[in-house]
Design a protein around this ligand. Structure first.
Ligand code: ASP
Length: 344
């Protein structure tokens, strides 16, 4: 009798479907992961007010990206929406709040990639486009090229009236100017090269990125950054280099943040997805191997966010912190800055 009951219970969902004539639509398995940069931000170096502001900005970006996915929108639109919010947030080193280069100006890098089509767009050394991620997307959608740099990227932006332009000083923030002054003082003092150093904390990055899985099972990734404080000679980091700081294919997407030179030499973002594709590694194993073994072994540091077509999310970092946020396919959502802290 008990056995019969178990059999009937097991059959019940099938019977329910048949009785109604149609199967209830499966809930779409969407997922989203974002970052606001990896770095070394000691827990006690940020005030409660700053902490609240960081979490609020991450949550606004999650809201923007997830709203697109929830409406059945594309992963491409979701990562664009999330990254635009992060570019607008002065807390992060992208768009407003980007770091200064050695000449006291801002040169912005960004890239976007759509996995299943392998379409990609990237810009480097942009100076007047308010949202560089939108320009990267325009390169992808409205030019025959993948990557445009400097004056050429600006000239292309001139052909896209939908892109808002701003004077370079619009990206200024006092905090970033202090970081530049600190970096230049350190340089004069012949101290080690300073990356994006916080005025009251150790080196800290702040690049932003997003990776999304949409209801059709497609993945897109996007990254945007001001690069490194006090950079010169038109230095370009990993963020706009497809395969280094940004990558998406039909099973995996990655956005990196960290010391760009090391990510470029490791082809870090592509390597994570290649390990998933060719070795059959789980996303977490692949991301850990690249971020927690290969990059530090080479002398670099940073983190990455990664997402696969099953909605798995990995967010490894070998620095002390990484601003990050996520929405799992089952709706579990959170934001965090440090390791093992309660989710907000
Ligand atoms: N990866 C960026 C760069 O090297 C920096 C960062 O992640 O903050 O330009």
């Amino acid at each position: 009798m008990r056995r019969l009951l178990v059999c009937l219970l097991a059959l019940f969902p099938v019977m329910a479907v048949d009785a109604a004539g149609t199967a209830p639509p499966a809930a779409p398995r969407t997922a989203l992961v974002i970052h606001g940069g990896a770095g070394f931000v000691p827990k006690d170096s940020i005030s409660e007010a700053q902490r609240v502001a960081y979490h609020a900005a991450l949550n606004r970006a999650l809201d923007a990206g997830h709203a697109v996915l929830a409406k059945g929108g594309t992963a491409l639109d979701a990562v664009t929406a999330a990254v635009v919010v992060l570019e607008e947030a002065p807390e992060f080193n992208a768009g407003k709040g980007a770091v200064f280069n050695a000449a006291g100006k801002h040169e912005l890098d960004a890239a976007i990639m759509e996995g299943h089509t392998r379409r990609a767009g990237a810009v480097a050394g942009v100076t007047t486009v308010r949202n560089p991620i939108r320009l990267a997307r325009a390169v992808m959608e409205h030019s025959p090229h993948v990557m445009l740099a400097g004056d050429g990227a600006e000239a292309f932006a001139d052909t896209r009236p939908e892109l808002e332009r701003v004077p370079n000083t619009w990206f200024d923030t006092e905090r970033r100017r202090e970081q530049l002054e600190k970096a230049q003082r350190a340089e004069r003092d012949k101290r080690a090269a300073v990356r994006d150093s916080d005025s009251d904390a150790a080196p800290y990055f702040g690049t932003v990125g997003a990776v999304a899985l949409d209801a059709r099972g497609h993945i897109a990734a996007a990254t945007s950054t001001g690069g490194m404080t006090n950079k010169r000679y038109g230095r370009v980091g990993d963020a706009p280099i497809i395969g280094a700081g940004t990558w998406a294919d039909d099973r995996c997407g990655v956005s990196g943040t960290g010391w760009g030179e090391f990510y470029i030499r490791a082809a870090a973002a592509h390597d994570i997805c290649a390990r998933v594709a060719y070795r059959g590694d789980s996303l977490q194993t692949a991301a850990d191997e690249v971020i927690n073994r290969l990059i530090p072994a080479a002398g670099g540091d940073g983190g990455a966010i990664a997402l696969d077509r099953d909605g798995n999310i990995a967010m490894p970092f070998n620095s002390g912190s990484m601003f990050r946020g996520w929405v799992h396919p089952d709706g579990r959502r959170g934001t965090a800055i440090h390791e093992a802290e309660p989710e907000r």
